[in-house]
Ligand binder design. Structure first.
Ligand SMILES: CC(C)(COP(=O)(O)OP(=O)(O)OC[C@H]1O[C@@H](n2cnc3c(N)ncnc32)[C@H](O)[C@@H]1OP(=O)(O)O)[C@@H](O)C(=O)NCCC(=O)NCCS
Length: 373
């Protein structure tokens, strides 16, 4: 009898050198480096290098790498035209998914699966995600797009293309660390999707489109949008207690809490909590942070659940002025680093991913011809 594991809990689906989690101790490492140490000393671009190449870059290598990314930020004019064709009510993740799918048409060597080409594609994908997200937001608001600024780093440039003016140092650093903390996270649903796609030898864009689609769901990356909707509904600290009790009594989930692997507080949430407070103090608006803190206390008391990565990132995005429906795009902008790294790993040592099912339907039915039914 094959093993039954709903939600594939406890199933090892691949070997990977990219990241590891200790859910009991609350440890997350990228390529052997503790995520807290990386958050203290590193940047999102450096972590992308680490994930793809397996080591931390030397100064010169890193300069060249950042330059490589900078040179790949522009998107073909046709992509801009496509974004203009989409109804302004389109969810930004759907716009991103559609644009990445379209982008594959411009890859003249789509059939070339060499690691060199896939590394090149990874850089291109990572470089254009912020451009597409920022362009779509401006287009849907009837504004001119703002081309990438090669003088700015990945995150600063994203905020610039989105707002039309340069962001402050603290804002840029907070979002860059948020990206760093979202860059990779073992065999989560969207990463698994990307690996399944690679295991069929589908091209990299196809896997990334599938991963974007999977990330959207509210039980995965879509949770941060739901967290913000909850914070807005709660409105003030005094309403937290009543909200949580009512929601739990109604059997509802409190978004941004709980995790399949972590049994203690998610190490990314520990970092994001500090960043949410720092940013709130900087902007002078601690409303969302303070409601979040009360939620953390009440949900733990009532249900024993800890916040996950999507919880404090909602307050951060809100304080950066990022529209609520774009929250999940922030996750995608970061996680494309991990998705591409996983796909490269999968192509390198591939075996088709093809699990079993347990059939629970009817059997041995007598067939009745159409005219006799
Ligand atoms: C992340 C998540 C999907 C993990 O789910 P999972 O490992 O499949 O765990 P289960 O759905 O089996 O939940 C186990 C128990 O905890 C409860 N639980 C888990 N998360 C909960 C939450 N956020 N709010 C309320 N109860 C929750 C479930 O109701 C269940 O309780 P029961 O045993 O009394 O029925 C789940 O915690 C969740 O839905 N969280 C909210 C969405 C979210 O924040 N997603 C982002 C993840 S990074």
């Amino acid at each position: 009898m094959p093993l039954k594991s709903y939600g594939l809990e406890g199933v090892v689906a691949a070997e990977s050198e990219l990241s590891c989690i200790d859910g009991e101790k609350g440890i997350l490492e990228y390529r052997g480096y503790d995520v807290h140490k990386l958050a203290k000393n590193s940047s999102f671009e450096e972590v992308a290098f680490l994930l793809w190449y397996g080591y931390l870059p030397k100064k010169k290598e890193f300069e060249k790498f950042k330059n490589d990314l900078r040179n790949r930020r522009e998107v073909p004019e046709e992509i801009v035209e496509l974004l203009k064709l989409l109804p302004s009510t389109t969810h930004p993740m759907i716009a991103l998914r559609t644009a990445i799918s379209f982008l594959s048409s411009f890859d003249e060597r789509l059939e070339d699966y060499s690691e060199e080409r896939n590394m090149e594609r990874s850089k291109r994908l990572l470089a254009v995600f912020p451009t597409i997200v920022a362009y779509f937001d401006r287009i849907r608001n009837g504004k001119e797009v703002i081309p990438p600024d090669p003088h700015l780093n990945h995150t600063a440039n994203f905020l610039y293309m989105l707002r039309g003016e340069r962001a402050g140092e603290i804002e840029t650093r907070v979002l860059d660390l948020d990206f760093l903390l979202h860059a990779e996270h073992t065999m989560n649903a969207s990463t698994f999707t990307a690996r399944i796609s690679a295991s069929t030898l589908a091209d990299m864009y196809s896997g990334i489109v599938a991963a974007i689609a999977t990330l959207m769901g509210p039980l995965h990356g879509g949770a941060s949008q739901k967290v913000m909707e909850m914070l807005l509904e709660i409105g003030e600290v005094d309403n937290v207690e009543g909200y949580v009790k009512r929601a739990l009594a109604a059997g509802e989930r409190i978004m941004g809490f709980g995790h399949r692997v972590y049994k203690v507080m998610d190490p990314r949430a520990i970092e994001l909590r500090k960043l949410a407070q720092e940013l709130g103090e900087y902007t002078g608006d601690l409303t969302w942070y303070e409601i979040s803190e009360k939620l953390r206390e009440v949900v733990y008391r009532e249900k024993g659940l800890h916040p996950n990565v999507d919880f404090y990132s909602a307050s951060i995005y809100a304080n950066l002025g990022i529209p609520v429906d774009m929250f999940v795009c922030m996750f995608a902008i970061a996680r494309v680093a991990g998705w591409t790294a996983h796909m490269i790993e999968q192509y390198r040592d591939n075996r088709l991913i093809r699990p079993l099912q347990r059939y629970v339907g009817r059997k041995n039915l007598k067939y009745i011809p159409l005219e006799d039914r």
